[in-house]
Design a protein around this ligand. Structure first.
Ligand code: NI
Length: 171
């Protein structure tokens, strides 16, 4: 279970849609294992496959960051079944290190997808877990939290990020 490098804002894989997984095989289960390992190492509470450079519709979420195994969510081809209400809280993203923002998210979501064994799973979530689902599913559509900010804040942050991308993230 190697820790994979996390790609940063500006990499095309983060800014385009990811492809659905056709079949859940051992390569997908290995991808999920690497994603969980990478999320815990970061540490973070969620990760989408494009963030490790893989343009597939796969996400992992664990609000306990590995403390409570029952909280680990691994979903292939996740999609919203229901979304309602609104909430706004500060968010960050492992692919946009050092920046934060307060995007508007759904207050309650119902998400379905396939687990690593190919069984359908349905999750209902509010508060932080709902925000995590919205954040990670956005990654699968090529969107980061910056894209969900108010126009003024979005444009300001994008200008700063473009400069950051030009200079290189590692500095
Ligand atoms: Ni993110």
């Amino acid at each position: 279970m190697p820790v994979r490098p996390i790609v940063k804002y500006g990499d095309p894989v983060l800014h385009g849609p990811a492809e659905p997984v056709e079949e859940i095989d051992d390569s997908i289960r290995a991808l999920l294992a690497d994603m969980v390992h990478t999320m815990y190492a970061a540490p973070g509470i969620g990760l989408a496959a494009p963030q490790i450079g893989v343009p597939l519709r796969v996400i992992v979420i664990d609000l306990s960051v590995g403390e409570d195994p029952s909280q680990l969510i691994q979903l292939v081809n996740p999609e919203f079944v229901e979304r309602e209400g609104q909430q706004s809280e500060e968010e960050g993203c492992l692919s946009v290190p050092g920046y934060g923002g307060t995007p508007t998210r759904a207050a309650r979501v119902k998400v379905k997808g396939l687990d690593p064994d190919g069984n359908e799973r349905v999750y209902e979530a509010t508060e932080l877990l709902a925000r995590a689902f919205c954040h990670e599913l956005d990654h699968l559509d090529g969107l980061v939290f910056v894209d969900r900010l108010s126009p003024l804040k979005r444009d300001l942050m994008k200008r700063r990020l473009r400069k950051r991308v030009r200079e290189g993230w590692e500095k």
